[in-house]
Write a protein that binds this ligand. Sequence first.
Ligand code: AMP
Ligand code: ZN
Ligand code: ZN
Length: 404
Amino acid sequence: MRIVSWIFGLIAAAALATAADARPAPHTTIMISIDGFRASYLARGVTPNLSALAKDGVRSALRPSFPSVTFPNHFTLITGLYPDHHGIVDNHFEDHRLGRTWDLGDRKGMTDPVWWKGGVAIWATAMAQGVTPAVEFWPSWGAGPSGRMPALFDTFDPNTSMDAEVAKMLSWLDLPPGRRPRLVLGYFFPVDEAGHRFGPDSAEVTQTVGRADAAVGQLVRGLRARGLYDRTNLIIVADHGMTQTSDSRAIRLDDHVDVRDVRLVTSGPLTGLEPLPGKDAEVAAALLGRRGHMRCWRKGAMPARFHYGSNPRIPPIVCLADLGWTIGTKAGLARGMVEKGNHGYDPDAPDMAAIFVAHGPDFRRGVVWPKFSNVDVYPMLAAILGLRPEPSDGRLSEVAGMLR
Ligand code: AMP
Ligand code: ZN
Ligand code: ZN
């Protein structure tokens, strides 16, 4: 009799264990993007907190999607779609069908849902599948098919310190279980700002990298104090890297083409333009191919590895400067458009590679993983959150080996 009840007990315990195994693990996932945190900044000796997470977790680097600028890549990180496919094709672009222009400086216009319909943000998928998200400053909008944005969503405020952002994220984890998020996205911008103003090789950037690291340290301490550290995945990413620029490396469009024949949509490392009516052949003959330190293509003829050029929001001709060079009109360059640092260059350039560090219960320990495309972050997030992902350009198989 005693043996029979012992066997029944064993069977019941096994059944319980199986039921528990079948449920997705209730881990919390926090992903923070440190804008412009070049992968190699981790070697500056000023990041004890990030380095400790990397040593005990996964360290890799992200290849940004084209173009290597902020808004396209932040939407890519949370949709798994290339900018060509999600439609946030640059920090500034036009949509002729809508008759409107999107610009990173237009704080109100940029949030209109009409711009963000090309992709479903991970937070929308999370809400639809019963996982509560919270978002501190992530540079994207997009409500998904339900039209609802997360209840916990703070819009970017450049005057909020990184430490205050961390305090806000931790306060969300203190909410009662029904409202507490299981996915938290955060965004720090000072490292990018310092990179532009002072250049990536400056003492100011190194110091700002140290401050970002200290904020991550504050987050780790906050998680430990709450007993959450071992149950939380912490993922640190960036949208792109940074390279040194100089006004001695300027490409004057006027030297190549009659600028009265084109309408310039964007300029800088990446320049987009439209030949004026009747001027297409002349402009094409003047620009297409390699021209000194830049290369121009018709949008449909860009290298396949850029995954860029089919979206109607991309201007007909796209020019890309060599690393560290800046394209502009003579007038634009004279107005001082060249800063000390910039990005937007070929995503495969090592200086454009972005930080990737991941630590937590769903990540293996002590793994150094080769550089991978940032479209693969989305399927990874979906997997560790137990969500059914939307179709995307990312592949879980590219990153599965870093997961437990
Ligand atoms: P980028 O030069 O492409 O790295 O753009 C970075 C800039 O985007 C930052 O310096 C911010 O000023 C700006 N930015 C970031 N997030 C937002 C946001 N949510 N709304 C408006 N501007 C933002
Ligand atoms: Zn950026
Ligand atoms: Zn920037």
